[in-house]
Design a protein. Structure first.
Lengths: 231, 328
């Protein structure tokens, strides 16, 4: 009996230690990667890096100003397309999403959320780049918007659901129509959360831009200098 | 006293319309939101349709042989995707083998054992791993991970397991192993975040019941909490698998990109996503391009099935919630 108790306590202690060590390892990976990035890359980060264009290989100096501006344009356009659709779909799910259509939209959003960005990349290529004949910031933005919408829809829904019911009831009791209640009271209360999660999502998706360029290079090489190409 | 003539009371204005909230603004609002919401399913249909249409020449030409032949010869116009399918699945499974214990450990530690004060910060740090762009992982893998594997990991592995076919051949760096390890690091935050939310959704009474019967804390976790959330945890793992299958950039940089099927994890391999990223811009014939689209279609179908399965499992534990969608 006693030996058994000891064994149980030992197992308890060992497993507690084990899951602690595993967590430590996961955090260690982050520290190693970020640390390496800062140590190796930190030295070449200065003002010029942000405001100058790249120079031909071999020359020293230069920066990535064009790449930063290009990224900004593509991401900005993507937000213009993706934010209304994503937030609108999220509001639908939160306000009217209890029926069959709501279930379908929710499920599709979750499935699309896991779609590899390379697949969306080639889809955007057939849809926009091929018909237009060249890669453009617009094609990149549409692809990013496609990646953004499902994530936005789900997080918006989650944020809107967190708004206390009493707020909505108070507004309705004062004679507000439902749409104004939804937009002016509920959505506005959830706004901070929606903005935060949108920013996180946009940051994550902007990192996937590289893939689009791998796909976009195709048209740049084969169709001569692209108009309005972005980096 | 004269009886007052009873005046008929005028029928009240029909208020039910107003009470049901059927006014023009509401209808427009609902209509607009419905249209926006319906774009999602339409988008899915458009994706499938466009991919099938673009892949059609290859589908018609090679039929199901595309799936199990392994010749990939753009010059001769013969395409078989078996090596990529094999490489995609092998690297993802390898990643799962490494990532599952790690991320379940993180999730259990954060929900059950860690002191309250450090829970939020550690969870945040682990989720931060998901915010690092894929290319950065790739670079880190090339400059740090591969040298580390070559110097510290592979020699002892071979000393112990060198006789198995899994550790055969010379290790040059870019290999299934390197790709699998980087994938593992990349999917840990997803699996950990979702399983943490699943474990948080397990009612406290489950723990209390186990502890009340004299279980140690670990026994409470292992016999009460984990079984309760089992479906959700499996869902979290499958979600991680979906991520690993579609991951492109880092794997392309590390896996070696060789059209070959081999059992050894020390040898280069290829994945479907890597093939599209590498070859899409140099596909010169329509058939070649179409074959790549078929690879993309396959990848899409696989990830859709995997994700749908994961969602259904997670919804069993945390019904209808957007568990993990913030981290994803």
């Amino acid at each position: 009996m006693n030996a058994r108790r000891v064994r149980r306590r030992v197992v308890n202690g060992m497993m507690t230690g084990l899951v602690g060590v595993l967590s430590f390892l996961a955090v260690l990976a982050l520290v190693l990667i970020l640390g390496n990035l800062v140590v190796k890359g930190g030295s070449s980060l200065d003002w010029n890096f942000f405001v100058k264009n790249p120079v031909p290989a071999g020359e020293s100096g230069g920066g990535v100003a064009n790449a930063i501006v290009g990224t900004g344009i593509i991401v900005g356009l993507a937000c213009l397309i993706g934010l209304p659709v994503g937030i609108g779909a999220g509001l639908y799910l939160a306000e009217f999403g209890s029926g069959r259509l709501g279930w379908i939209v929710r499920f599709v959003a979750d499935v699309l959320n896991g779609t590899p960005s390379i697949v969306v990349g080639i889809f955007a290529w057939t849809w926009l780049v091929k018909p237009m004949g060249h890669f453009s910031a617009l094609a990149g933005s549409v692809a990013l918007a496609i990646l953004m919408v499902p994530m936005l829809a789900r997080t918006t829904e989650e944020m809107v659901r967190l708004v206390p019911h009493s707020l909505r009831e108070a507004a309705l009791a004062l004679g507000y129509p439902r749409w104004r209640t939804s937009l002016r009271i509920v959505a506005r209360t959830a706004l901070a959360g929606i903005v935060t999660s949108s920013l996180v999502g946009v940051a994550r998706i902007a990192g996937g831009l590289v893939l689009l360029l791998a796909v976009a290079a195709r048209s740049a090489i084969r169709q001569g200098p692209p108009h309005g190409a972005a980096r | 006293m004269t009886a007052l003539p009873i005046e008929p009371v005028p029928a009240p204005e029909p208020r039910w319309r107003a009470l049901r909230g059927v006014n023009a603004g509401d209808r427009i609002y609902r209509g607009t939101l419905t249209v926006l919401a319906v774009t999602l399913p339409l988008l899915l249909l458009a994706l499938v349709g466009e991919l099938v249409a673009s892949a059609w020449p290859a589908i018609r030409r090679f039929g199901p042989h595309f799936l199990w032949t392994s010749v990939w010869d753009p010059v001769a116009g013969v395409f078989g995707a078996a090596p990529m399918i094999f490489g995609t699945i092998a690297s993802s499974l390898l990643a799962l083998v490494i990532a599952v214990p790690l991320s379940l450990g993180v999730a259990i530690f954060l929900t059950e054992f860690a002191p309250k004060r450090v829970r939020q910060p550690i969870a945040f740090l682990v989720e931060l791993l998901a915010a690092i762009p894929s290319v950065v992982y790739g670079l880190w893998g090339v400059f740090v991970l591969i040298p580390f594997l070559r110097a510290q990991v592979v020699p002892p592995l071979r000393a112990v397991l060198g006789w198995t076919p899994f550790f055969d051949g010379v290790f040059y760096g870019n290999s299934l192993l390197a790709g699998g390890v980087i994938l593992a690091i990349m999917i840990v935050p997803y699996i950990a975040a979702v399983s943490r939310e699943v474990l948080l959704a397990v009612p406290g009474s489950q723990r209390e019941a186990a502890l009340g019967m004299g279980a140690t804390r670990w026994e409470a976790v292992w016999t009460a909490v984990v079984p309760y959330g089992r479906a959700g945890l499996i869902g979290a793992i499958i979600l991680g698998l979906g991520r690993a299958l579609g991951e492109t950039m880092a794997v392309t940089m590390l896996i070696g990109n060789r059209h070959d099927i081999g059992l050894s994890v020390l040898q280069p391999a290829y994945t479907m996503a890597a093939a599209i990223a590498n070859e899409f811009s140099e596909a010169t014939t329509n058939l070649y391009l179409s074959a790549l689209f078929e690879v993309g279609l396959l990848l899409f179908v696989i990830t859709v099935v995997v994700n749908a399965l994961a969602r259904l499992l997670i919804w069993q534990v945390a019904r209808g919630t957007a568990v993990g969608s913030r981290a994803l």
